[in-house]
Design a protein around this ligand. Sequence first.
Ligand code: KG4
Ligand code: ZN
Length: 333
Amino acid sequence: MVTILAIESSCDDTAAAVCRDGEILSNVIANQTIHEKYGGVVPELASRAHIQNIVPVVDDALKTADCQLSTIDAFAFTQSPGLIGALLVGAQFARSMALAMDKPVITVHHMQAHVLSNLIPQQRPDFPFLCLTVSGGHTQIVLCKNPLHMQVIGQSLDDAAGEAFDKSAKLLGLSYPGGPLIDKYAAEGNPARFKFPEPNIPGLDFSFSGLKTSILYFVQNEKKKDQNFVENNLNDICASIQSRIVSILLNKLQKAAEITGIENICIAGGVSANGQLRKSFTSLGEKMNWKTFIPPFEYCTDNAAMIAITAYYKYLDNDFADLNAIPSARAEW
Ligand code: KG4
Ligand code: ZN
């Protein structure tokens, strides 16, 4: 029996989870609301909030899992990528517990963990599979050969899909994070009302910066004619923006499936919580005869369960880190 306690603190969520033999026993998250009024995550405030949250969050994860600290076989933490001050809090806490309990540490790459969130539910993809990982900092198409062997075959050349949602929302005067708000207003809107351009990027890479600029000019022009244009048309604008972001993502995913011939296809990351993306991905899968997989909501946005499941496979592979392992803001994998 292998029991792992994992910590995730790469951005603005303090999270801890306990996993036993690949099954998640607890998954606790403290969201930081302090950033809302600043229109984005303030790194220093995130670090301070992690320090405040980490003890109660870890305590809650152990209690919910009905687990004593002494029964933990390894302590895992997100090593990269992320905000360095935020990562340091989780890394230091996990390493300290490992030192005190004389147990190994396991370091986890946040983006690899998003992909493996698809291995948490009972219904899991067979290998190899493709995963469209869409978060606030990354947009990637990943070819996953086994839990510990994956390759990025396409990625964004500029903004991530989550950033495209958040920055568009900001232009519309919505608060941070704007992705869930666009999702909410879009549900009542007409996606065909306004047309935004699809960038022409070769291969499997993405670009979202042109879309952001076209939304900026569109809003500025329409506001010259009607000061209340955004307020009066919010649902349709959100639906039209969302529909374009989703079509950019799924067109490339379809291309990746055609090129690789792989038919087990997953999505992951915060943007995979988006209602339209989930719906359109499922319909595309039915049309293309793919086997599609979408993690439950709680494993889409940042969470420690995905860190725990990744650490579990690393444990089975004897892939332990040095007790001095330090986090890093950026890292290849
Ligand atoms: O994976 P995640 O929680 O954190 C990172 O690793 O970045 O992703 C956060 C991103 C944010 O950009 C947020 O706006 C977006 O995911 N997001 C959504 C939705 N829920 C979260 N975007 C669109 N629709 C949603 N429902
Ligand atoms: Zn993430």
